[in-house]
Design a protein around this ligand. Structure first.
Ligand SMILES: [Zn+2]
Length: 362
């Protein structure tokens, strides 16, 4: 009886949490309602629901599936302008964060009035997102392991003049199946990685790579210090990127560097495609350009000194699948008609990603 009642009540509470009160808070927020007011409403909702649960004497397995207002993840300011509204409804964290590619059109994106960073607001909590990543396994991502290692090897070779010499120690945060570690080891670096996905971490370990399963914050006390700390296509996924970089800073040896590769919202394609820019995905919680990533680093004790375009190599068939997944016209039809030998072709491409290297500020 309790279970039945609990489930019923849960449904009511769930629908209520997505109903008038929270919607009202979001709607008011679009008219420059002070952020703390919406947060008070969110807290009021949570307290009201908790009180209701306790009064009925039941345990409600409430998953906190509510997108909450958040301050700017770069500067902490609350004033913002809405840039893009969502055009698709999707609430499942498994769908939103279960694969590297994510879903398009589900976010409200704003720009901070103080520092110009574009970020998702409201947004699921760090706990909900981290849990979804921990349980995810993107088989397509890992199938391109060899191609990713080739991309990293080419990119690292070009970046060598700007990095500590081979022999240096490297930490790769969010290493997935370890493709970057393989490339770094081949070029003479001593590399290890951190990966929150259990399955991807296991894939990397089976390749003989040194990978810690977890988050940087969770692993920081177990690992040493490094000459290079890398985040390849990771910073935009983090709920609190500033905290990650502050922890990473403690792990960098004197004279060491921070390398961040990110989808660049400041490029011409990003401006042309607007909300349809291919990197605007549910998994990307903030979008940097060269100015905002510089500001982000400066605030946290780093001084960027190198920017370059990042070219990747992937198999033609995989690129076709990604294009079809993102809904590009005719992509699915073309993929079905492509002969198998063509699907194995190596395709170098530039997709508006930028690599930044920063040194520790004096
Ligand atoms: Zn800001």
């Amino acid at each position: 009886m309790d279970v039945l009642f609990s489930n019923t009540l849960r449904s009511v509470l769930y629908s209520q949490s997505h109903g008038p009160l929270v919607s009202q808070a979001k709607r008011l927020n679009t008219f420059s309602m002070p952020m703390h007011a919406t947060q008070i409403l969110d807290i009021f909702c949570a307290l009201a629901l908790s009180t209701l649960c306790m009064n009925f004497g039941v345990i409600v397995l409430f998953d906190n599936l509510i997108r909450l207002s958040r301050s700017c993840p770069n500067c902490g300011a609350d004033e913002q302008n809405i840039v893009f509204e969502p055009w698709k409804h999707e609430d499942s964290p498994t769908m939103l964060y279960g694969a590297a590619s994510g879903v398009k059109g589900t976010q409200t994106l704003v720009t901070c009035k103080a520092c110009s960073l574009m970020y998702e607001n409201p947004c699921y909590s760090s706990e909900v997102i981290t849990k979804a990543y921990a349980n995810s396994f993107d088989a397509g991502h890992d199938s391109q392991y060899e191609m990713r290692a080739l991309s990293f090897r080419r990119s690292l070779t070009k970046l060598l003049p700007h990095l500590p010499s081979p022999g240096a120690t490297v930490l790769d945060i969010g290493t997935a199946g370890g493709a970057f570690l393989t490339a770094a080891e081949e070029l003479g670096f001593k590399a290890e990685g951190i990966e929150p996905s259990r399955n991807l971490a296991e894939s990397g370990k089976k390749r003989g790579l040194k990978i810690h399963n977890g988050t940087l914050e969770g692993c920081a006390s177990e690992i040493g210090t490094f000459d290079i700390v890398c985040l390849w296509d990771v910073i935009e996924h983090l709920y609190d990127p500033g905290k990650c970089i502050e922890v990473a800073r403690q792990l960098i040896n004197p004279g060491g560097v921070l390398l961040i590769n990110f989808p660049d919202i400041g490029t011409v394609p990003a401006k042309l495609f607007g909300k349809h820019f291919w990197w605007i995905l549910s998994v990307h919680l903030q979008h940097f350009n060269q100015a905002t990533i510089t500001d982000f680093c400066n605030r946290r004790g780093f001084e960027p000194y190198h920017f370059s375009k990042y070219y990747q190599v992937l198999e033609f068939g995989y690129l076709e699948e990604m294009a079809a997944h993102l809904g590009l016209p005719l992509a699915s039809t073309i993929h079905k008609c492509t002969p198998n030998f063509m699907k194995k072709w190596h395709i170098p491409y530039y997709a508006s990603q930028t690599t930044m290297i920063a040194r520790l500020s004096v």
